[in-house]
Ligand binder design. Structure first.
Ligand code: GLN
Length: 279
């Protein structure tokens, strides 16, 4: 089968899905180990038998709804290419807003050798984006899943990042005696009974990375309560949260004594990130 034929076949197979054309191109480029530009430049190149079978299998998985990031085993985030696994959430573009907020604060800060902690690091996306932009910082990413710790460590190596390390820890549990200048987290925050959990790609992602009690705020509350003893004076606490949780997260931070509390919107103009300072 030629590249152009393979693509039109796949696009037909994926008809009615969210993004048939993009999905088909990402999957084929991955199997051929080429860029997407290659697909346009060489439409008449033919797939060998192995590539054809791999492509058919991958398209069949996508037809069943499996996320492209799990099928190809990787996803770009920030400037990095990250390996993914079904044990962790797939990195999302909106989380780059959280990275940007932390970087803005870090760049305004006088100190260069910042100690940063990413709670519930998953693929390591936030920790590694920050470590790559702040080479003098030392970043600790924690996750309660050992699979995530291994994956994030592999992502650090693959992206040549040496100032981030990853530990198994249930939130702060293994961090006793450590303090940080920045604690950042994209914790699970979706309401346990939300119908959104039964839609699209999210169905395939681990519930433990997505949901947190009836109002979605259990883990955020736990982190806000526990954080002060792990924060240096003047430190930043920054969260990603649900589009409808800005008020709640601001109020929780203020009630715990955080200052300069503010919420920032994502690329879809929804409340998505809230930060506060521990003075
Ligand atoms: N933002 C993600 C979503 O909408 C949820 C991520 C999370 O719970 N941390 O699917």
């Amino acid at each position: 089968m030629r590249i152009d034929e393979a693509l039109s076949w796949a696009i037909k197979q994926l008809e009615g899905g969210e993004s048939p054309s993009v999905d088909a191109k990402v999957i084929l480029a991955n199997i051929l180990e080429k860029s997407q530009t290659f697909l346009f430049t060489w439409p008449d190149k033919t797939l060998d038998a192995l590539q054809t079978n791999q492509f058919k299998d991958a398209i069949a998985r996508r037809r069943q709804g499996e996320p492209v990031a799990y099928i190809v085993g990787k996803r770009d985030f920030w400037t990095l290419s990250l390996f993914t696994s079904s044990h962790t959430l797939i990195p999302r573009p909106d989380t780059e807003v959280l990275v940007e907020q932390v970087l803005n604060w870090a760049n305004e800060n006088e100190r260069k050798n910042l100690a940063i902690c990413d709670l519930g690091t998953g693929t390591g996306a936030i920790a590694l984006a920050l470590a790559s932009e702040l080479p003098q910082a030392s970043v600790t990413g924690v996750d309660f899943q050992t699979e995530a710790v291994k994956l994030a460590t592999r992502n650090a190596q693959a992206n040549g990042i040496s100032n981030a390390r990853f530990l198994q820890s249930d939130w702060f549990h293994s961090l006793k005696d450590h303090t940080f200048d920045i604690i950042v987290s994209n914790p699970p925050y979706i309401e346990e009974t939300s119908p959104y959990l039964n839609e699209g790609d999210v169905r395939f992602e681990p519930k433990t990375a997505l949901t947190s009690g009836l109002d979605g705020l259990n883990d955020i509350k736990h982190i806000i309560n526990a954080a002060p003893q792990f924060l240096n004076k003047g430190a930043l606490l920054a969260f990603e949260h649900g589009f409808n949780q800005g008020d709640a997260v601001r109020n929780l931070l203020l009630a715990s004594g955080f200052t300069a509390v503010k919420t920032v919107r994502d690329y879809g103009d929804n409340d998505r990130v809230t930060v506060g300072l521990w003075e």
